[in-house]
Design a protein. Structure first.
Lengths: 244, 343
């Protein structure tokens, strides 16, 4: 009787798990929409949030940013498919569990770093557009209509004007919260990716019986502790010598 | 054939850096302490020897780049006995060095400079070396008679400090990993503070100028210095970024190094604080904050209309900075305040 209840439970859970893996059934109790749909769900959320904030330009900007990201490189569309494939969110168990989790972490860090890099690139693109606007306005417009801007004929002066406009626009962008966040995310997620890669390399090193970084650090720390002890003893001996 | 700017620059590829004669006094691990030879034409000044503590970032030959651009030569000309700490190029064996270790190196150097003399030296801390000098002086006040800080960050969270703004969201352990930090990476960050001027305009300036051998050599020396970036010992780097940039512990009064509290109120010796009005790496207000934190009643600040590197290499700096230091060291002293260590 008890055995039968257990096997019923097991069967029910097995069926639920299998149905969750079946993409034809769409989202289920298992959790969020399938990974392929995530960019669109994310866009929808951002668009709705911006629209909810009653800011038409903000909503339009969110949509524009998304379009720019999607079509910046047609080849990347296929690449993104690869890195958002459902296999990365499959449950992890069995002998390959650790490898799968590491690969997932590495991929996730890569995706986040790439997303942050795109945000940086977008901000750079906006900044350069602003710089170009300022630069061209400086050439053609003036506050006082009676005194039109003098045409710039000297190429060097023109270039310096461009540098001034670009540095001014850059300084504004570089201090903005968006840029600081995007750059910080890029550096942090790149670091995470490197750490995972390093763990992977350590696994390979162990397999080949080569020393790993962690082993070297451990030996290094022991050596340091030993050096500190020797230094203290030498100082004590010197003190003892003086006292004698 | 008339030389072109390009050929003049090519000929200046191997411009020599380091202008003044010096001898090695002490070596410990990769740290070296040098003493500069006095100039034949100068009269020794009746003041304590001066020990220069340079930053861990970049190389100290910036202070003695060429005969007519040398802070060190200016100090020698004023009759000062000049010592310089060169931190060398840290490698993997130095990745566990801490800020405590660096202060211990300074302590060794102070001991070597003082050997056989009456106690007291003048410490001249440059940029990050100034921050280390402040920490050292606060922990060993009896060993330092005068303290000079030059373009030294003290308050790491001033509004105009772009570098600090960038560093705040970083997870320093993840960023730096467990190893050393590549000097090249930090260099990219410094260049990114003003990318159009520092990676484009200055080269256009150069290529547009008349071919001139001396100017080309000056330029090449500066290029060599800018891109000759030692890696930074990983542990000390992480401590510096977290404790100073992210937590601003020097200003908050919460800094401890090697288990000892670093209290700037313990700095009661005369202090000369030199900084540049146009410094984009260490904004003037980041240095000027020192006045409100130290215990000294004998504090002098000098602001120069110069940028960070211009404080060492500009012709104006050659005229004004060594003279300001020498005059200040030779002035009549106020009585030192006493400091009672808080628990």
């Amino acid at each position: 009787m008890r055995g039968s209840k257990m096997s019923d439970d097991f069967m029910r859970q097995w069926q639920q798990w299998a149905s969750a893996l079946d993409p034809s059934r769409g989202a289920s109790w298992w959790g969020p929409p399938p990974p392929q749909a995530m960019p669109y769900a994310d866009l929808f959320e951002r668009f709705a949030a911006a629209a909810g904030a009653a800011s038409g330009p903000e909503a339009a900007r969110a949509f524009g940013d998304w379009l720019r990201d999607q079509f910046r490189d047609p080849g990347a569309l296929w690449g993104n498919q690869l890195f958002t494939s459902a296999s990365w969110s499959a449950p992890a168990f069995g002998p390959m569990r650790e490898h799968q989790l590491r690969a997932e972490r590495m991929t996730r860090a890569w995706q986040r770093a790439e997303e942050a890099r795109q945000r940086c690139a977008r901000l750079w693109s906006d900044m350069l557009r602003e710089a170009a606007d300022t630069f061209s306005r400086g050439l053609t417009a003036t506050d006082a209509p009676a005194a039109p801007a003098a045409p710039v004929t000297d190429a060097r002066r023109l270039y310096d004007q461009w540098i001034n406009a670009a540095e001014a626009a850059y300084a504004r962008m570089a201090r903005s919260t968006d840029f600081v966040k995007a750059q910080g995310d890029f550096i942090n997620f790149s670091g995470e990716m490197r750490r995972e890669l390093s763990d992977y390399a350590a696994g390979c090193a162990k397999f080949l019986d080569l020393p790993t970084r962690a082993e070297l650090d451990s030996v290094h720390e022991r050596l340091r502790a030993l050096q500190t002890t020797v230094d203290k003893l030498v100082a004590q001996l010197a003190q003892g010598g003086k006292a004698a | 054939m008339r030389p072109t700017t390009w050929s003049t620059l090519s000929n200046a590829r191997e411009a020599q850096v380091g202008a003044s004669a010096r001898e090695l006094v002490l070596r410990r691990d990769k740290m070296q302490l040098f003493r500069y030879s006095s100039l034949a034409e100068s009269t020794p000044a009746p003041v304590a020897p001066i020990l220069i503590v340079y930053a861990l970032v970049n190389r100290p030959y910036l202070l003695d780049l060429q005969p007519d651009r040398s802070l060190i030569r200016g100090l020698l000309a004023a009759g000062l006995d000049v010592y310089l700490i060169d931190w060398g190029y840290p490698d993997g064996a130095d990745r566990l060095l801490t800020l405590e270790d660096y202060l211990s190196y300074i302590d060794d150097c102070v001991g070597a400079v003082q050997q056989g003399r009456k106690p007291g030296i003048s410490l001249l801390g440059v940029c990050q070396g100034g921050t280390l000098s402040l920490c050292y002086t606060a922990l060993h006040p009896a060993r330092v008679s005068d303290l000079i800080t030059m373009v030294t960050p003290v308050d790491f969270k001033t509004p105009s400090d772009l570098l600090s703004r960038w560093v705040q969201p970083l997870d320093v352990d993840t960023w730096a990993g467990s190893g050393n930090v590549a000097g090249e990476m930090l260099n990219q960050m410094f260049l990114a503070l003003m990318p159009f001027r520092l990676t484009q305009q200055k080269y256009v300036d150069l290529l547009q100028s008349e071919p001139d051998a001396a100017r080309a050599e000056n330029f090449m020396r500066m290029e060599q210095w800018i891109f000759d970036s030692p890696d930074l010992a990983g542990t000390a780097f992480r401590q510096f970024v977290r404790w100073f940039y992210q937590e601003n512990r020097l200003v908050e009064g919460t800094l401890s190094i090697g288990g000892q509290r670093v209290d700037l109120a313990a700095v009661t010796q005369p202090v000369l604080n030199l900084y540049g009005r146009r410094d984009h790496l260490v904004p003037p207000e980041a240095s000027a904050a020192l006045q409100g934190l130290i215990g000294s009643r004998d504090y002098t600040a000098r602001e120069f209309d110069l940028g960070h590197v211009g404080m060492y290499t500009s012709s104006r700096a050659q005229r004004e900075v060594p003279a300001a230091i020498a005059e200040w060291l030779s002035r009549p002293r106020k009585r030192r305040t006493t400091y009672k260590r808080r628990r």
